[in-house]
Design a protein around this ligand. Sequence first.
Ligand SMILES: *Cc1c(COP(=O)(O)O)cnc(C)c1O
Length: 404
Amino acid sequence: MFKVNDNYQKLPGSYLFSTIARKVSEYQAAHPDKTLIRLGIGDVTQPLAPAIIEALHSAVDEMGNAATFRGYAPDLGYEFLRNAIAENDYKARGCDIGADEIFVSDGAKSDSGNIQEIFSVDNRIAVCDPVYPVYVDSNVMAGRTGTYDPVSEVWSDVIYMPCTKENGFVPEFPKETPDMIYLCLPNNPTGTTLTKAQLQEWVDYANRVGAVIIYDGAYEAYISEDDVAHTIYECEGARTCAIELKSFSKNAGFTGVRLGYTVVPKELKCGDVSLHAMWARRHGTKFNGAPYIVQRAGEAVYSETGKAQLKQQIAYYMKNASAIRNGLTETGFEVFGGVNAPYIWLKTPGQMTSWEFFDYLLDAAHVVGTPGSGFGPSGEGYFRLTAFGTCENTLAALERIRQL
Ligand SMILES: *Cc1c(COP(=O)(O)O)cnc(C)c1O
């Protein structure tokens, strides 16, 4: 008789976004005349930029011609893309990352879920609380998190680093020493980030205690302040302690196209075991490459026209972000984030829980957001709105909230 991976049975019930979807569809069924505005899920709404569409079209044509057809891509990804990444995302920022340290993938969600498998199950992980759920759940599936307490909503073997307004959303070094530290900066869900100096302290800490930092930079393109690092490799010593995950989803609207990459520096070692070699082996064995046409689309992200068009797209979303920030502040809400990230993290009014505020906003304003408690216990009493809506919808939602 076969057995299943029991770790999956430990995962707590309904996933945040399925609960939201159910509540929203129940509400819509009961109130068919109400028009909902969705500022909940972190998905983009603007179409792909013309430079990207052009690159896709021409790559499709190449695939239909025997002379230019391509089959399997090279394991690490096409060199034209890895070179563009190394040049633009690293060399241009003075960071010493080579094209051969970049692994092209189908996105940062799979990489952030998969990366844990090259590490021992005995490792202790540390996560910020609130947290992007993939980091925890992928470690649950691997059997690295101990047991779940449904009352406190914490795992016995996970080190939580609360990020709240009290500490300015800056995680503090934990009392217990972690082996793997997940950092997402700028942060989903709080929309806040660390200064470069604060990030440097984390790099120094990781090198000191022998921990690895898994650094998710999915929202890097939204950074607007000068003292914020665009990559962890801007910090001294990061080559010996950090893996960086990047995505084309939020900077270029590739959520449905699928492209990302992971950087594993060659100096990152456990004794004399190279993590680069391990990830290369894993990638080569379990992944057969992102599509050629998509890698060409990724290359176009770094073309001069592509960059200019995407800058406008980011500016569009960030205009929404500041409209939400300012509008809510004027209405009397306490808000965070929205300066270096497309997320606004607000304190729920009075003593409302995150879910009470969700229901209230849905019922009274017909606006859908995301309850902060869904991202971890320290998210209780907070609520996330995204700037990824259209400008019209964002302003309409604000007007409705103003009238509450
Ligand atoms: C959106 C997002 C990603 C991107 O995932 P893809 O699989 O590349 O679409 C990664 N990390 C975080 C924290 C995100 O919010």
